[in-house]
Design a protein around this ligand. Structure first.
Ligand SMILES: *Cc1c(COP(=O)(O)O)cnc(C)c1O
Length: 464
């Protein structure tokens, strides 16, 4: 077993460290006639081994492919819009590391910046110049953010923003929305209480009921319920936390006036609004959804694109609130690797690149092209669907009704999604392995990539 595994690692892993895409162009995509996807032998063996060493074989649950009843493949490398698995099959990728890779995989501009910076050291735990440059860029691009602190993940950003909101207001209760994901923060892993219960129930083992008691979970886009909660509990609420555009359970947009009404309710009751732009920040516009919706939150959580593929998060907002953080204020928050020079350099390089050549317009054009094409293909085949899309983010629903909140996703027949997922994987297109996830297009995707994908989708649905 051990020998078997070392041979496997020898075959698959060393290539990771010696990728030269000129010498090793990614394998061309071929469309096989058969559609029963079976992972290659190296992926299969690696996953079997991984399961003996890592819970579920993965370091984040969605990667285990449970929502599509299968096993994951192992990636060997990525370049541009493509990834290649350890068995040599390549795919057009619509996940982009779940959002961060907005320039595509391994953009030379970022890998060489990391390389260059690393020569001077990979971590110091002492203030460095890149942190100041990053803070300047964020506060320039996102006007509601007057001061910002860097952390290492989106989870840390929302967790810290909530602690800060509680410290600032002297209140304990948090309002969140069903279907909004803010990372695996204890007090946010809370589901709506059943029936008439106002306070939530733990949504994970290990979350104390007393934590869940401090979290009020409401349906998204339901203004009446929000007004009612503020009427009855307004004086106890520290903050409302909301995904700027909910995109972790389908892709949902706020109804007209909903965000502004939320803003007014919070202000009138002395509560803060924490806008979670971990996914949308720097992806949809320089100033995120708050720029698109002309919305002013008190605090903003950021992550994903801001790190250029390295582990980064950030939270920031009004200076008077941010000044409550240690060492100036009483709210403790810290991080050994926070403001890490490599992560700052990778993020800064990515953000500066996005500031060039009308990048956001280009991404929006690609997104529009793909969504229009997708609607066309599915309409032609008479398949009920909705495609929600904004800029480079899209989500396909296999039902035709208004998308109001997470309930709409749950109503779908998942077998249709699974069929499409496996057929496309076989054909060399990698969509997120769950109907709840949003897809991402990157600057490295070409119109040909998108058209190829549409052609493969058409081919898949024609077989149904
Ligand atoms: C991904 C995500 C998070 C969590 O970020 P991690 O870096 O995975 O901890 C939080 N909020 C939103 C909206 C996200 O999409």
């Amino acid at each position: 077993m051990k020998d078997d595994f070392s041979i496997l690692v020898k075959r698959a892993v060393p290539l990771l460290y010696s990728i030269d895409t000129k010498k090793f162009p990614l394998a061309p995509i071929t469309i096989p006639a058969e559609t029963h996807h079976v992972n290659g032998p190296i992926s299969q063996k690696l996953f079997a081994k991984a399961k003996t060493l890592i819970p579920g074989g993965v370091n984040s649950p969605v990667r285990a492919f449970r929502n599509v009843d299968g096993d994951p493949f192992f990636v060997r490398r990525g370049k541009g819009s493509r990834i290649e698995d350890v068995d040599g099959k390549s795919y057009i990728d619509y996940i982009g590391s779940w959002g961060p890779n907005i320039l595509g995989h391994a953009p030379t501009i970022i890998t060489s910046a990391i390389h260059q910076a690393a020569k001077d050291g990979v971590s110091y735990g002492i203030p460095n110049i890149y942190e100041v440059e990053m803070a300047q860029l964020i506060t320039d691009w996102v006007p509601s953010v007057e001061k910002v602190r860097m952390v290492n993940s989106g989870t840390e950003a929302t967790m810290s923003a909530i602690r800060l909101a509680r410290g600032f207001t002297g209140r304990d209760k948090i309002v969140k929305f069903e279907g909004c994901y803010h990372g695996h923060v204890d007090s946010l892993l809370v589901a709506a209480g059943s029936g008439a219960l106002t306070f939530g129930e733990p949504d994970s083992a290990g979350v104390p009921k007393s934590f869940a008691n401090e979290t009020i979970t409401l349906p998204y886009n339901d203004l009446e319920r929000l007004e009612e909660i503020f009427e009855n509990h307004g004086h106890e609420i520290a903050a409302v936390i909301v995904e700027s555009y909910p995109a972790n359970a389908g892709l949902v947009f706020p109804r007209n006036g909903y965000l502004q009404a939320m803003r007014n309710l919070a202000t009138n009751h002395g509560a803060l609004v924490i806008f979670d732009e971990v996914m949308t920040g720097f992806r949809l516009a320089k100033g995120g959804v708050q720029e698109l919706e002309n919305f002013t939150p008190d605090l903003t959580a950021m992550g994903k694109v801001i790190g250029g593929g390295l582990p980064v998060g950030a939270f920031g907002g009004r200076a008077d609130i941010m000044d409550q953080l240690a060492p100036d204020g009483p709210v403790y928050q810290a991080g050994t690797l926070s403001g890490n020079p490599l992560a700052m350099v990778a993020g800064l390089t990515q953000l500066k690149e996005l500031n060039k050549h009308g990048a956001y317009q280009h991404l929006a054009n690609l997104g529009d092209h793909f969504a229009t094409g997708l609607r066309g293909v599915l309409s032609e085949k008479g398949i009920p669907h909705r495609v929600n899309q904004v800029g480079s983010m899209f989500c396909l629903y296999f039902l035709d009704e208004e998308i109001i909140n997470v309930d709409t996703v749950s109503k779908q027949d998942f077998t249709i999604f699974k069929k499409l997922f496996w057929d496309l994987l076989e054909q060399g297109v990698y969509l997120a392995p769950s109907p709840y996830e949003t897809g991402f297009i990157s600057m490295a995707h070409t119109l040909d990539d998108l058209d190829d994908t549409l052609m493969r989708i058409e081919k898949a649905v024609s077989r149904w």
